[in-house]
Design a protein around this ligand. Sequence first.
Ligand SMILES: C[S@@+](CC[C@H](N)C(=O)[O-])C[C@H]1O[C@@H](n2cnc3c(N)ncnc32)[C@H](O)[C@@H]1O
Length: 272
Amino acid sequence: MIAEGTRGRRRPVGEITRGTTGHNRLRRSDRWVTAVYGPLLRSAPRPLVVDLGYGASPVTTSEMFARLRRVRPDVEVVGVEIDPIRVAVARAHEREGLSFVLGGFELPVARPPLIVRAFNVLRQYGEAQAWQAWDLLRDRLAPGGVIVEGTCSEIGHRAAWVALDARGPRTLTLSTRLTGFTRPSDLAERLPKTLIHRNVPGERVHAFLRDFDHAWDVAAPYGAYGQRSRWIAAVERLTADWPVATAPPLGGRARWRLGELTIPWDALAPER
Ligand SMILES: C[S@@+](CC[C@H](N)C(=O)[O-])C[C@H]1O[C@@H](n2cnc3c(N)ncnc32)[C@H](O)[C@@H]1O
C-alpha cells in the first residue's frame, strides 16, 4: 500500500529504491515523447514536465530537458526524487528552467504537470502499488496531460512504456535497438510492472508476444535486407490481427523503422 505521511507530517509518498541510471539511457522514450507529444508541448500554456525518480545522477533529466527545449524553448522541467542525497547532488545541475526537488508520487511541484516521465521507478514496487501510483499520478496531471511510465535495460537498448492520461492507460510502446534482441518476446523482461506478471498463457499480452514472435519468424526472409526491414515486415503482418498503431504520430513505417511499435492498452490490458 502506498501511503501519505501520518500525524500531519508530510513525507514523500513512496520508497527510496536503487538509483541506477546512465547517459542516454532514456533516449528512445525522449525521442518518442517529442514526436508524439510535441504538439501538446507546443500548444500548452506554461508547460511543466516532471521527471519522477531520476536516480543517483540527474543525467537523464538534463538530457530530457535539452531535448524538450528544442520543441518548446520555455518548457520547465522538475526532477522529483525521494532520496534527499540524490536531490542534493542534482541541485548542482540546476539552471534556468531545470530544477530538482525532494518528493514522491504526490509530486510537490508548483502547478499541475503536463507530462510526467517515470522510468525504472515502479518496477521496484509491487504490482498493486504500481496501479496505485498510476492513480495518484493521474490525479495530479494538468488538463490534457500524460504520464509516460516505463522500464528499460541497463543502457536503454530495450524499453517498454505506457502512456496514461487522466482516464487511465492508453497505449503500450515497445522499443528496441534492432540488433539488440533475438526474438520480439525478449522485450517481455522490460514490460511495466502492471503487465510483466501477466505474461502467462491466457493473458492478452502473452498472446500478443507469441503472435509477434510468429510474425518475426515468418518475416525471416526480410532479414536479408537487414533487421530493420524484418522488423517492419513483422509489424505489418501483426497489424492483421492486432490493433497496432499504423498512422503517425504513434505508428507507421517512420516509427517502426526505429525498432518501435505502439498498441492501445485495451488490446493487452490484464484482467484485474
Ligand atoms: C532505478 S532509478 C531510475 C533512474 C532514472 N529514471 C533512469 O531510468 O535511469 C529509480 C529512482 O527512483 C527513485 N524513486 C523510487 N520511488 C520514488 C517515488 N515514489 N518518488 C520519487 N522517486 C522515487 C529511487 O529513489 C531511485 O533513485
